[in-house]
Write a protein that binds this ligand. Structure first.
Ligand SMILES: NC(=O)c1ccc[n+]([C@@H]2O[C@H](COP(=O)([O-])OP(=O)(O)OC[C@H]3O[C@@H](n4cnc5c(N)ncnc54)[C@H](OP(=O)(O)O)[C@@H]3O)[C@@H](O)[C@H]2O)c1
Length: 324
């Protein structure tokens, strides 16, 4: 099969080449997916840059997310899954066969039936962003009737969080830094969209949530914590899922006196049950027509390196690779 690969040791081990490699075979409990579209996330370029020299196997095919059809099943998997349209998550998590290839092999549960009418392109954008957004929203129970703040509402996780929160019956306020991003966040269904660079952002945030914000999905805790504090309701919970250059200093007194919580979240550490809950709800939201894809940037398999670079350079929208 054709695949993009990096690795094989040496100082240039992060270099990506597209070449012929042997087709992977599904083992016990696994399925093989003929990938049609590979979705790129920040984790994919970070893995390439940070782990290429320390791979536990000679070569790595990048990208966790994708979509396609199951074309072969291993022992222990219902053979009727053959031919099923699926979206794939965690394909490169502790595995050599990511989705930037004609075939990938994953445990059966990581190839999720794609509801009718949902395109491979949308499916390839679900994995990391939606499973992350789902846990950050529902990790403490439901958000129905709650006011949710989603920082960075035009980002992949932020965009997913707005739509899942709306689907679950929350009132959603989101932040962006430009008009273009404001349109994306607004199209996703946010009730309020604020520019966090505005001089009077704090006042606007407080005014947008007169009853206080109950729940936060946060992409930049250190940058935003101080400004959001006056707008938080007592007992609010902040879910933080991204790192910044420097760890923030926490305002312990304000957290204590208002009974506020900060919770960390890493999608690779979710339990099987948490992932199953995410898959169930994402599928229900797709079936309900509640999820729209981000604007797309499309690349060919030969352009995989450029696709990863586009994500690293903060492309606005979803970066996708068409697999031949
Ligand atoms: N913990 C996990 O399991 C997990 C899972 C997925 C992603 N992540 C990490 O989360 C980060 C975002 O991922 P993504 O896929 O959503 O990336 P993305 O699509 O590039 O979106 C990032 C968004 O954050 C916004 N942003 C940056 N600084 C901000 C600030 N101070 N306030 C509000 N918004 C801000 C950006 O827009 P502006 O700069 O224009 O505001 C951008 O829209 C990455 O670092 C990724 O590695 C972690």
């Amino acid at each position: 099969m054709r695949a993009a690969v990096y690795g094989a040791g040496g100082s240039k081990s992060h270099e990506l080449v597209v070449k012929d490699v042997p087709d992977p075979k599904p083992g016990w409990g696994e399925v093989r997916v003929r990938v049609r579209v590979s979705g790129v996330n920040p984790t994919d370029w970070k893995a390439r840059e940070w782990s290429a020299r320390n791979l536990p196997w000679p070569e790595q095919i990048p990208n966790q997310d994708g979509a396609g059809e199951i074309d072969a099943v291993g022992e222990g998997v219902d053979p009727s899954r053959r031919g099923q349209r699926v979206w794939v998550y965690h394909a490169a998590r502790q595995r050599p066969n990511g989705t930037a290839a004609q075939y990938t092999v994953v445990p059966s549960a990581q190839a999720v039936h794609l509801p009718e009418g949902i395109s491979f392109s949308q499916g390839a954008g679900l994995g990391i962003p939606y499973l992350t957004a789902h846990r950050c929203l529902f990790g403490d129970g439901g958000v129905q009737g709650r006011t949710v703040l989603v920082s960075g509402g035009a980002g992949a996780v932020g965009h997913a969080a707005i739509q899942l929160a709306r689907w679950a019956g929350a009132r959603v306020i989101t932040t962006v830094s430009s008009e273009e991003k404001a349109r994306i966040a607004s199209d996703a269904g946010a009730h309020g969209v604020l520019n966090y660079r505005d001089a009077d952002f704090r006042e606007k945030l407080k005014a947008a949530a007169p009853g206080g914000i109950h729940h936060v999905v946060e992409v930049a805790l250190g940058a935003n914590l101080e400004a959001m504090l006056p707008a938080l309701a007592p007992h609010a919970v902040i879910w933080t899922y991204a790192t910044e250059e420097k760890d923030p200093v926490l305002p312990v007194r304000a957290l204590m006196t208002n009974n506020l919580s900060i919770r960390g979240m890493l999608v690779y550490g979710l339990t099987a049950q948490m992932l199953e809950d995410g898959v169930r709800d994402v599928t229900a939201a797709l079936r309900a027509g509640a999820l729209e894809p981000l604007p797309e940037h499309r690349f060919t398999l030969e352009q995989t390196a450029a696709a990863l670079d586009a994500v690293k350079k903060n492309a606005v929208g979803k970066v996708l690779i068409d697999i031949p």
